[in-house]
Design a binder for this molecule. Structure first.
Ligand SMILES: C[S@@+](CC[C@H](N)C(=O)[O-])C[C@H]1O[C@@H](n2cnc3c(N)ncnc32)[C@H](O)[C@@H]1O
Length: 227
């Protein structure tokens, strides 16, 4: 029996059409920022450290999620969010124009060398970006390239967090690639009383599995970092 075609999440035009259909929309894949931030707070070494002036946060593949704004509201001063979709970045720039510490720009996360000279971030939160890249035709090589880029951009001691619907057997290989000498730990994210948004996203991404457990993969780069 032929395998079902992957969803179109690896196709840039899919996202532009989706975001253009409702420029005012907000959609949080898998879990809301309020569900994720307490988990992040427990895994960061010193809770208050992320409120330091110089602490730099990166949200790749941000879409129209509330996560960048909620991270800022939680005390993270410098939040850079990027997406390859010019449609959603224009909408987010307009929506958050009053918060200059919240920066949105168009970037293809598979190769960010022209826009971003690393290392420059203390925390990278990838929620559903890696999963989307893996839906592309050459998904495995795109995902590997993006992970290498995240490693390049992390400051020593910095943490790359991947939030995914996929279990370790399907994600670990990408996080343990060549030259990635970070320490990887895996945390299950039980999303209690799944929000409507998370439920809708889950039905789109993993209808067969029917699971409501998500995974947070934490990759900590060696070196003296956040405390
Ligand atoms: C499933 S959505 C996740 C959105 C958001 N992170 C969330 O958790 O709600 C995936 C997002 O990744 C973006 N994306 C896909 N491929 C990308 C790439 N190569 N570079 C940057 N963004 C990309 C899409 O445009 C889309 O906004």
């Amino acid at each position: 029996m032929p395998l079902p075609a992957p969803p179109p999440y690896g196709t840039p035009s899919y996202w532009d059409v989706r975001y253009a259909a409702d420029p005012e929309a907000s959609f949080d894949w898998y879990c809301t920022a309020d569900e994720l931030i307490p988990v992040l707070e427990t895994i960061l070494p010193a809770k208050d450290d992320f409120r330091r002036d110089e602490f730099e946060v990166f949200v790749p593949g941000c879409g129209n999620s509330t996560l960048p704004a909620r991270l800022h509201a939680a005390g993270m001063r410098n939040v850079s969010a990027v997406d390859q979709s010019p449609v959603v970045i224009a909408a987010m720039q307009e929506r958050y124009a009053s918060i200059p510490e919240l920066d949105f720009s168009i970037v293809d996360c598979v190769d960010m060398r022209e826009q971003l000279e690393g290392p420059c971030f203390d925390l990278i939160v990838d929620k559903a970006l890696l999963d989307s890249l893996l839906c592309a035709e050459d998904g495995a090589s795109k995902a590997s390239a993006a992970v290498q880029e995240m490693y390049r951009l992390l400051n020593p001691g910095g943490v790359y967090v991947v939030v995914s619907f996929a279990e370790p057997e399907r994600r670990q290989a990408f996080l343990l690639g060549e030259g990635l000498d970070w320490e990887v730990s895996i945390h299950e994210l039980a999303v209690a009383g799944v929000s409507e948004h998370a439920k809708a996203a889950e039905e789109e991404t993993a209808p067969a599995a029917g699971t409501r457990t998500y995974f947070a993969y934490l990759c900590r780069k060696p070196g003296v970092g956040l405390g």
